[in-house]
Design a protein around this ligand. Structure first.
Ligand code: NAD
Ligand code: WQD
Length: 338
């Protein structure tokens, strides 16, 4: 099937292109390269032997989308395109609401016009409220987001649910990702943050390679076993395969359905540092720093619904994630800008 992949040059999108091609699908990528490099798609080609068709442009450009839908018989869309930096979203809320909600609305408008009514949406565990019991289930309470980025995901989900109510032909899968890390095992593709990383794993790999003097561990006085924050880290290749599993569901159902994509296991910051050091034989110097505002002590998924309904489960453990992240970083110290 021809699958429109918005944001397909990005971290998760490019890995998903590999999984789609391996499953016999044809990705058609639209990306404005605001947070990515076209080189990621050349790496998809090196891994799979297939160069994805690529349109450089903004998903909010409905004329561009018109051309894409007119030229290709698109079967469904996976909508990754969006801005994702939590801190930046607090500083630039209009950019985040404008880009993330604007892109979703434009995409759906053009899809409606072309009678293509199947969409997979990149949502996030950040939509869950902070007071839920763990593990987080798809039925756990959402809302009370602590930043505009989180609200764009919450609102994006609502827009898509409303669409399925307005038109029963629509089929929407809302995938709530937990914490994606890791890289393709070839070392050819991985996460390539342009600025100082906000997220834990890119900060660890940049510290290990000497680009940062040490990792700041944000708080060691949380009510967790070692006092540091606990998250559900998921290997990006497992996450990519979750999208392939969701396509089968998408094509055989209508309405909107939510799935968690996580492992179900929590890992603390210090456990991650230790696992990284053991897996790669590289020290990661760290210092305990104050808590980061807005952080929760702990959260992890209940992935049972994804297994029961999509037949999907994760295969990779934290050791694999640490090994593959380091393989990518050490082979590409400057990411795709080599
Ligand atoms: P990424 O920044 O690597 O990929 C997003 C891609 O979308 C980039 O290539 C960017 O250039 C592109 N883009 C942004 N706005 C666009 C627009 N208006 N038109 C065209 N292209 C546009 O991020 P990622 O980590 O691959 O995340 C993919 C999606 O998953 C995002 O929607 C993100 O919010 C969501 N998500 C990510 C995480 C995570 O931790 N990485 C967790 C949960 C959800
Ligand atoms: C993980 C743990 C930190 C960096 C964010 C977004 C969320 C989602 C994924 C998209 C926490 C600690 C981190 C560092 C540290 N994105 N940490 N030192 O905060 O769970 O989620 O990314 O939807 O919306 O909020 O991920 O990787 O930033 O942090 O100690 O330099 O590592 O405090 O406990 P988080 P993270």
């Amino acid at each position: 099937m021809n699958i429109l992949v918005t944001g397909g040059a990005g971290y998760i999108g490019s890995h998903t292109c590999v999984s789609l091609i391996e499953a016999g699908h044809t990705p058609i990528v639209v990306d404005n390269l605001s947070n990515s490099s076209e080189e990621s798609l050349n790496r998809v080609a090196r891994i799979t032997g297939v160069q994805p068709v690529f349109y450089k442009g903004d998903v909010r450009d409905e004329a561009l989308l018109e051309r894409v839908f007119s030229r290709h018989a698109i079967g469904c869309a996976i909508h990754f395109a969006g801005l994702k930096a939590v801190g930046e979203s607090v500083a630039k809320p209009l950019d985040y609401y404008g880009n993330n909600l604007g892109a979703t609305i434009s995409l759906c408008r053009v899809m409606c016009a072309h009678g293509v009514k199947r969409l997979i949406f990149s949502s996030s565990a950040t939509v869950y409220a902070g007071d839920n019991e763990l593990p987080l289930r798809e039925t756990s309470r959402t809302g009370d987001c602590s930043n505009p980025y989180g609200w764009t995901k919450y609102m994006g989900e609502q827009i898509l649910r409303d669409l399925t109510v307005s038109d029963p032909e629509w089929s929407v899968v809302l995938l709530r990702y937990f914490n994606p890390i890791g890289a393709h095992p070839s070392g050819l593709m991985g996460e390539d943050p342009t600025d100082i990383p906000n997220n834990l794993m890119p900060y660890i790999t940049q510290t290990a390679i000497g680009r940062r003097p040490h990792l700041n561990v944000f708080g060691n006085d949380y009510p967790t076993p070692d006092g540091t924050g606990v998250r559900d880290y998921i290997h990006v290749v497992d996450l990519a395969k979750g999208h392939v599993a969701a396509i089968d569901y998408l094509c055989s159902h209508t309405g909107a359905e939510v799935f968690n994509l996580g492992t179900g296991k929590g890992c603390s910051v210090l456990e991650m540092v230790k696992t990284f050091e053991d897996a790669n034989g590289i020290p990661v110097p760290y210092r305990i720093a104050p808590r980061r505002p807005g952080d929760l002590a702990e959260f992890y998924a209940d992935p049972a619904k994804s297994l029961a309904v999509l037949g999907w489960q994760t295969r990779h453990d934290i050791g694999d994630m640490c090994r593959d992240s380091w393989n990518w970083q050490s082979k590409n110290p400057k990411g795709y800008r080599e």
